[in-house]
Design a protein around this ligand. Structure first.
Ligand SMILES: [Zn+2]
Length: 286
């Protein structure tokens, strides 16, 4: 799954290449791509035709286009979804699902998705805490890179839960945008084991782990920021195209960059957690 930095690169590309343009024609080539739009393909294409894209927005890992009629088009990228800006005469991609043409007769926007886990859907925009959000994601919390992210409030919310710290970091209603990779990196940076109970964290530890998450995602964004100034707006959820310099995630058996102890891997929610046994000692059972 793409994480916040990858989604932000796509958002920035869409802001550059499609924001301000008026949609004239929408072609749905595969019904599965709009299965989240319950009113169906005809409603989807009808409502989009003639609307202007006013902005490309993101919260956490969620991406949407804001439309002139008060609606939003949410793009779920799933495992392999791509938003491509292509010349009209470029051959169709094998897994092209939805095509958008514009009044200016310029490049098309194409939603391409090999594995069809992703999709597009329209939602009404609704005001939540001073920000317009698609109604379907109104419950998603601000991410640590949001200028209006309230660190102290997020730390209070984190400490009020009775769960393990990593589960809380992945809970998008508490803090959004943190996935498995950046959770492990943030925990390594703040020297916390993934199973630390949230209600026993100090406020300083809570601030440290959220600040670390923000820093590690910002660093990834800087690393990826060079690759999107072309016309081609791309995302590859499988490999990503960030040259990620990771300290914990995927580093099993390699020496910890701080103390040299071999990084360990634990099973975690059908996935893995990577941590340093020495810097991030397992919490004692209460
Ligand atoms: Zn270590």
């Amino acid at each position: 799954m793409p994480e916040l930095p990858e989604v932000e690169v796509v958002r920035a590309g869409l802001e550059t290449h499609v924001s301000g343009r008026t949609i004239t024609e929408v072609e749905v080539l595969h019904a599965r791509a709009i299965r989240r739009h319950e009113l169906g393909a005809e409603d989807f294409t009808g409502r989009l035709s003639g609307t202007k894209i006013t902005a490309a927005r993101r919260r956490g890992k969620y991406l949407w286009l804001e439309l002139s009629d008060g609606q939003a088009m949410l793009a779920h990228l799933g495992m392999s979804g791509q938003m491509l800006v292509q010349p009209q005469d470029a051959p169709d991609e094998k897994h092209l699902r939805v095509r958008f043409r514009f009044a200016d007769d310029g490049p098309e926007l194409r939603f391409v998705d090999q594995r069809t886990f992703g999709g597009l859907a329209l939602a009404e925009l609704t005001e939540v805490d001073g920000t317009a959000l698609p109604s379907t994601i109104a419950h998603i919390a601000r991410d640590p890179m949001d200028p209006r992210f309230d660190l102290d409030q997020a730390v209070r919310a984190l400490r009020s839960r009775r769960t393990e710290i990593k589960r809380a970091l992945l809970d998008q209603t508490l803090v959004s945008g943190i996935g498995n990779i950046y959770a492990d990196e943030a925990l390594w940076r703040s020297k916390l084991h993934w199973a630390r109970p949230t209600d026993r964290l100090t406020a300083a530890q809570g601030r440290a782990v959220l600040t670390a998450a923000s820093e590690v995602m910002a660093a990834a964004l800087v690393a990826g920021g060079t690759s999107f100034d072309a016309l081609y707006v791309n995302i590859n959820g499988q490999s990503g195209y960030f040259d990620r310099s990771l300290d914990a995630y995927g580093q099993e058996g390699l020496p910890c960059g701080r103390c040299g102890t071999a990084i360990r891997r634990d099973p975690f929610m059908n996935r893995s957690s990577f941590s340093c046994p020495r810097c991030q000692p397992r919490p004692r059972v209460r």
